[in-house]
Design a protein around this ligand. Structure first.
Ligand code: SAH
Length: 346
């Protein structure tokens, strides 16, 4: 079966040409798909015979809402979607004054193994297709009735570990015939496989790259982030410098504050030394508690921020949204999996 929705306009044109259809058909179908059509039967400006042909040769399997949680505190909405093959992924819609932001997943699970993250606890099941990433934006928008102006790839999965599909998704969502969301309204968060950062730099995209750093020294970073083992912080910063030089885009560094692990003054000093002259910006994240993890939130967020700022490093502290709805990183999917396992055991 053909995954039409993951095709860009040129590929779709080639596909319809092969079917012996006029070129404008490709444009019509692209528009239907990118407006969130749920079936080929909805595409009423296509002939009945073409719709039947597409039905028999193409997949169109929109995600179903498995669970929807709305925060009473700030209106954040968390979706647990059931995909065509029964796997579940999460999407979060956050309401900021600069517009609604949707946080999407790039994989079912994750193989990166970060010690503080709920998404990686069961490993990676599979990569998402470009269409499955696009669907998260489309159907979050349609279900909530809220227009989305910004996208962050910060949900379940490591986007650079699903490189080709993520790049294709960016092309689709950026397409003028589709959602037309500008690259500058998109952030991609990565735990930092250096060769993939170099590969991404080649495309010179105007998106914001967020690097999940979480520790400035190899001993700590390798302990909590296996991706660091064998590569090291020096090489990561070297790749980040190359990225900045190639794209001209400043990098934002994510730093989840963990009690007694990465929140000491010397670590703030070392971080500042690494970042001097890089134009980087640090985003401190209060750690979200993950039940399975012994790591606890730091009580030194303000002190750490002050210390970084005293070295001239621009630093923000992430505001916590959706604190009442398990809105972070794989927690809802995990809960669902546990319920299913408990159900099978009964
Ligand atoms: N794999 C990508 C994107 C997904 S995680 C990455 O690593 O960047 C999105 C962000 O949430 C990352 O910065 C990640 O390190 C952070 N994160 C994961 N678990 C967290 C937790 N329990 N508390 C705070 N931040 C967490």
């Amino acid at each position: 079966m053909t995954d039409l929705k993951s095709m860009n306009p040129a590929e779709m044109a080639a596909y319809f040409k092969e079917l012996g259809e006029p070129a404008f058909r490709a444009g019509q179908v692209f528009q239907w798909l990118h407006r969130g059509a749920r079936s080929f039967d909805e595409m009423t400006n296509l002939s009945k015979s073409l719709r039947e042909k597409l039905k028999s040769s193409c997949t169109l399997c929109p995600p179903q809402v498995e669970r929807r949680q709305v925060s009473a505190l700030d209106g954040t909405i968390k979706y647990l979607w059931r995909l065509g093959d029964g796997n579940c992924i999460e999407t979060v819609l956050m309401r900021y004054h600069h517009g609604n932001t949707v946080c999407i997943s790039s994989q079912v699970g994750c193989r990166m193994g970060c010690a503080f993250c709920a998404s990686t606890l069961g490993g990676k099941v599979r990569d998402l297709t470009a269409a499955e990433m696009l669907d998260q934006v489309l159907f979050t928008q349609l279900d909530s009735g809220l227009p989305v102006s910004n996208i962050v790839l910060m949900g379940i999965g490591e986007p650079l570990d699903n490189f080709d599909a993520v790049l294709r998704f960016l092309e689709l969502v950026n397409s003028p015939e589709g959602l037309n969301i500008g690259m500058r309204h998109i952030s991609l968060s990565t735990c930092g496989p250096t060769e993939k950062i170099d590969k991404l730099a080649e495309y010179q995209l105007q998106l914001t790259l967020s690097v999940s750093l979480h520790a400035p020294d190899d001993e700590t970073r390798s302990r909590i982030m296996p991706v660091n083992r064998g590569v090291g912080v020096e090489q990561l910063f070297a790749a980040c410098r190359r990225y900045f030089e190639k794209t001209g885009r400043r990098i934002s560094y994510e730093y989840a504050m963990i009690d007694g692990v990465n929140d000491a003054d010397w670590q703030a000093d070392l971080l500042a030394r690494h970042l001097k002259g890089t134009h980087g910006h640090v985003n401190l994240i209060p750690l979200n508690n993950v039940a399975e993890s012994p790591l606890k939130p730091s009580r030194r967020v303000a002190a750490f921020q002050q210390r970084l700022e005293s070295h001239g490093i621009p630093t923000t502290v992430r505001r916590k949204l959706g604190g009442d709805i398990d809105a972070s990183c794989g927690q809802l999917r995990r809960k669902r999996l546990q319920e299913q396992q408990a159900g099978q055991a009964e």
